[in-house]
Design a protein around this ligand. Structure first.
Ligand code: IPD
Ligand code: CA
Ligand code: CA
Ligand code: CA
Length: 270
């Protein structure tokens, strides 16, 4: 392949391998075999980062860079390089840090790749449950080797809706949304990892997932999974979404429109 025709299957295989290896390294920290050295971003006790987050991101970034030096990179902990590259890796080394640091199993490694600005490759590795969610545009999505399919439900009563909100982000729409969801017979789940909840939508375990404001490293990988599994999503990357984040909704086709109406216009406004 030349520089103008990126080798996408090779990048898909790389994403899966590196996500798995990073997840195994994460387990060594999680199980207490490595020192976590916890710090608080900007001194805020609610926004934690550990040596595991930074070490895993450095490992992932080095592996991707070694294999494809021409590609760009955006990660939660180490920032960005070559954002204009055709292939742009978007990485969260540990999604679910609060769970990770509190001994809860809901965390994962999320490695996504944009091709020309569109989500194209996704790998989400959950070592505690031995699940690797992966997909590439046009090739389907899988958990380990099982194909993923979103739920066939047609009403929020028929299952669980993932929800999320981060302490420092606009929450004024959130409580009215939950009130309406409950009034309609729905039920919500917040497990602390947006990347995992997105993978669970692709797998049909959750009907959908709504977060008031998510970052691109939380969901670029998952957006590939959801699209390949037959789900819908809002225009998450619009505007400055890649760098600043946006409100986020993914869902199976049978409930997407209704959940979107419950959220209201803020879903696709700034
Ligand atoms: C967080 C998780 C959480 C979501 C937050 C994210 P982090 O990511 O995805 O589920 O509600 O908005 O910031 O900090 O654990 O990587
Ligand atoms: Ca995250
Ligand atoms: Ca993270
Ligand atoms: Ca974080």
């Amino acid at each position: 392949p030349t520089a103008s025709t990126p080798d996408l299957p090779a990048r898909y295989a790389l994403a899966q391998r590196v996500a798995q290896q990073a997840a195994e390294r994460g387990l060594a920290y999680y199980q207490g075999r490595e020192d976590l050295n916890i710090e608080h971003k900007g001194g805020d006790r609610r926004d934690m980062v550990s040596a595991a987050d930074c070490t895993l991101e450095d490992f992932i970034r080095a592996e991707l860079q070694a294999a494809f030096p021409e590609d760009g990179f955006l990660g939660e902990e180490s920032g960005s390089a070559d954002l204009q590259a055709r292939c742009l890796w978007v990485v969260d080394p540990i999604d679910g840090t609060a769970c990770f640091l509190n001994g809860l199993h809901n965390w994962c490694v999320s490695i996504g790749m944009l091709l020309d600005g569109e989500p194209y490759i996704g790998a989400v590795a959950d070592p505690n449950h031995r699940e690797l969610f992966h997909g590439m545009r046009g090739q389907g999505a899988f958990v380990n080797d099982q194909p993923l399919r979103v739920s066939s439900a047609s009403h929020v009563r028929e299952g669980l809706l993932g929800v999320g909100t981060f302490y420092a982000r606009g929450t004024e729409h959130f409580i009215p949304f939950l009130t309406q969801l409950l009034a309609e017979g729905g039920m919500f789940l917040r497990n602390g990892s947006g990347a995992l909840m997105t993978a669970y939508v692709a797998a049909g375990r959750l009907l959908g997932y709504y977060e008031t404001l998510l970052k691109s490293w939380d969901c670029v990988a998952g957006l590939v999974l959801v699209a390949e599994a037959g789900g819908r999503s809002n225009d998450f990357l619009r505007g400055d979404g890649l760098l600043q984040g946006n409100p986020y909704l993914v869902a199976c086709p049978g409930v997407y429109q209704h959940v979107r109406e419950m959220i209201g216009p803020m879903l696709d406004q700034d």
